[in-house]
Design a protein around this ligand. Structure first.
Ligand code: NAD
Length: 276
């Protein structure tokens, strides 16, 4: 391994299951202390126990990242638990799809809240710690790189029918990423995006009516993809298959590691070559 994350602390939102959990496991295996967060307390606790059992340093805080006061609580809890904050992965997300004529204001806003507003609030909440730490380190003549990885999607880059809200949120977070790369370069923070194509999680299970769902603000939202769409997407994907959560997490690990110390404001697509 050309690097270790032993002295680093990572915060990963939406890491109770799916890609976020795989990211947390990979960062912990590379030596980082990790803070798990998820809307659902059960999966958050299970993800933390699994990492602890494997010998990792881990804490968890369940809670809705779209609640205005929660990002600051999560950042403060991470710093209180581990004394630092070096890697932030804004991963929490879900889909709430409809063609535009059936999309309500609340639905569209929910997609912006989870995919842009929450990452903005997490970074704002972390800004005091990051600026003060960087000024101290620079004053001591040390260059300590910190990492922000925001998760986007090929839907945000290419557009996707039925996803006006989701694709707008996922496009918006790219703007946030590029701006923060410019604002925080002076503090030695690399800010990048990883965008996924089709990765095997509950978000991309065939939508059968009996599949997974997410409960948000009193709404029970089924998540998944129409089986026909799933087949056609697999057929046009150059690698001919969906990716695994481990493959998705590997792309994120690159941006969390010293291997990417001179890369900032970029979007890496991890999608087997798939574009819509
Ligand atoms: N799976 C894919 O093919 C794919 C493709 C493109 C982008 N993405 C993005 O990757 C990220 C991870 O998705 P996934 O496929 O692992 O989905 P997932 O549903 O398996 O995991 C997402 C996790 O985020 C949590 N979450 C959702 N809303 C939250 C909130 N308000 N506060 C805290 N936690 C919350 C969920 O409870 C869940 O555990 C998302 O941002 C998603 O949009 C996934």
């Amino acid at each position: 391994m050309p690097f270790t994350l032993k002295s680093k602390t990572a915060l990963i939102t939406g890491s109770g299951r799916g890609i976020g959990r795989a990211i947390a496991e990979k960062l912990a295996a590379a030596g980082a202390a990790v803070m798990i967060n998820d809307l659902d307390a059960g999966p958050a606790g299970e993800a933390a126990s699994a990492i602890r059992t494997a010998g990792g340093r881990v804490e968890h805080l369940a809670g809705d990242i779209t609640r205005p006061d929660f990002p600051q609580k999560l950042v403060d809890a991470t710093i209180a638990a581990f004394g630092s904050l070096d890697i932030i992965v804004n991963n929490a997300g879900y889909t709430w799809d409809s063609v535009i004529q059936k999309t309500t204001d609340e639905q569209f806003q929910a997609m912006l809240d989870i995919h842009i507003v929450a990452p903005f609030r997490v970074l704002r909440a972390a800004s005091t710690f990051i600026r003060e730490a960087a000024k101290r380190e620079i004053g001591e003549g040390r260059r300590v790189m910190r990492k922000v990885v925001n998760i986007t999607s090929i839907a945000g880059i290419d557009g996707n029918p039925g996803q006006a809200g989701y694709s707008s949120g996922k496009a918006g977070v790219i703007g946030l990423t590029r701006t923060m790369a410019k604002e925080w370069g002076r503090y030695n923070v690399n800010v990048n995006c990883v965008g996924f194509g089709l990765i095997e999680t509950r978000l991309t299970q065939p939508l059968t009516g009996e599949g997974a769902s997410i409960d948000v603000k009193g709404h029970h939202i089924p998540v998944g993809v129409q089986p026909k769409v799933l087949e056609s997407v697999k057929a046009i994907c150059p690698l001919g298959r969906p990716g695994t959560v481990e493959e998705a997490a590997s792309a994120v690990l690159f941006f969390c590691s010293p291997l990417s110390d001179y890369v900032t404001g970029e979007v890496l697509i991890c999608g087997g070559g798939l574009h819509f």
